[in-house]
Design a protein around this ligand. Structure first.
Ligand SMILES: Cc1ncc(COP(=O)(O)O)c(C=O)c1O
Length: 376
């Protein structure tokens, strides 16, 4: 395929993809019910399980849909009918997990924490300890809160889930393949992710890496959804190797290529590349006088939340449009009360892209007549 101009996407997914992932979209037409496609799907599911070091007691259940599809499928399928789910909410995606549960009429114990710091493990433990009648069956938490760039304590919360005998659901949608995760060591029963973030494929598939014994237990609960039924989808995939409903064929081939590129690069090197991208951005923006939302020790190094300058000539939309015209996409914030914008460093991006962005940002700010200080 002919190369096209490379765009630098600093939005938190879908990320910039490699040329080879783009090329993988163009395949011979094939019916997704063919054995050949089934083999592609089965190998892909096995590889997606390996990314988080899971053994044979885990499987991968896929859906056609964005990340929210598996948040929905998992929450609606795994909470027993007469039990509650405890949701740790310190960002927009924690809030979405709770909203999904409420939409299904599932009883929710929502623990709300400040959005700019990790949740209190002591408070979570106290909540579990006070649940004398065992009404809480599940705990759900977002690993990397893409709202802010904050990393949540998944390992420690997993240890609590195990100690108190709870099913542990982790939204790893923006951390999977960016941060090495040992699913068993973190006692995770269900880990959610998607094709278009740090695994670096195209948008269109979301998946759950699930403990088979947990899926089998949840399969006995009455179904709450027809399409987004995690246990039905698992049973169908196990039986046939296919998705119940039409698979996004070309996205599957692109994901297969992206997963190959993930293993070629290696988990540690991907983490190091993203960290280097982030450090380069952080250093450049700090030099320009920008301020950041989080304390450095809470930063995921996947995404940087920048406080919007209060300089009278600063206008996020103008900045966005001028940078966009130069091939760089930046992303607005999602926090009430604090104006921020976000820069993610995921996808097929390297240090040189960050250096190029720094130059473009400095020139664009100068063009907008914005000089020091940025905050007045
Ligand atoms: C942590 C997290 N969870 C869930 C989602 C929702 O995914 P989607 O927008 O693909 O539905 C996102 C998207 O950015 C996310 O970052």
């Amino acid at each position: 395929m002919t190369d096209m101009p490379r765009k630098i996407l600093l939005n938190p997914g879908p990320g910039t993809t490699s040329q080879s992932v783009k090329d993988a979209l163009v395949v011979e037409d094939i019916c997704p019910r063919e054995k050949e496609f089934q083999e592609v799907m089965e190998n892909l599911r096995r590889d997606l399980v390996k990314v988080v070091h899971a053994g044979n007691d885990y499987d991968c259940v896929m859906f056609a849909g964005s990340g929210t599809a598996v948040m929905d499928a998992c929450i609606n399928s795994v909470v027993p009918p007469d039990k509650k789910i405890l949701i740790v909410n310190n960002g927009a995606y924690g809030m979405r997990l709770a909203a999904i549960a409420k939409a299904y009429g599932i009883a929710v114990e929502e623990m709300k924490f400040a959005w700019d710091s990790p949740p209190s493990l002591q408070a979570i433990e106290e909540k579990l300890a006070s649940d004398a009648d065992g009404s809480i069956a599940c705990i759900a938490m977002v690993h990397h809160e893409t709202t802010t760039g904050l990393l949540n304590p998944v390992k420690e919360t997993g240890a609590l889930a195990q100690r108190y005998g709870k099913t542990f659901i982790v939204d790893g949608i923006s951390s999977y393949a960016a941060i090495p995760i040992d699913i068993e060591a973190c006692h995770i029963d269900y880990l959610l992710s998607t094709s278009n973030k740090c695994i670096q494929g195209m948008a269109g598939i979301s998946f759950v890496i699930a403990k088979i014994s947990a899926l089998e237990s949840a399969g006995k609960f009455p179904s709450r959804s027809y399409y987004l039924d995690l246990c039905e989808q698992y049973a169908y995939m196990k039986r046939t190797g296919q998705m119940t409903f039409t698979a996004p064929v070309q996205i599957v081939y692109a994901l297969q290529q992206a997963v190959k590129e993930y293993f070629d690069e290696g988990a540690e090197k991907r983490r190091a590349r993203y960290s280097e991208n982030w450090d380069t951005l952080y250093e450049g923006l700090a030099k320009l006088g920008f301020q950041f939302l989080l304390k450095p020790e809470h930063e995921s190094k996947i995404l940087l939340s920048v406080r919007e300058p209060t300089h009278p000539d600063f206008d996020f939309n103008v900045l966005h449009d001028r940078l966009y015209a130069r091939g760089f996409t930046i992303y607005p914030g999602k926090i009430d009360n604090t104006k921020t914008f976000r820069l993610a460093v995921i996808g097929d991006l390297r240090k040189q892209d960050m250096l190029d962005f720094r130059v473009a940002l400095e020139e664009t700010l100068a063009g907008m007549g914005i000089q020091h200080p940025l905050y007045i």
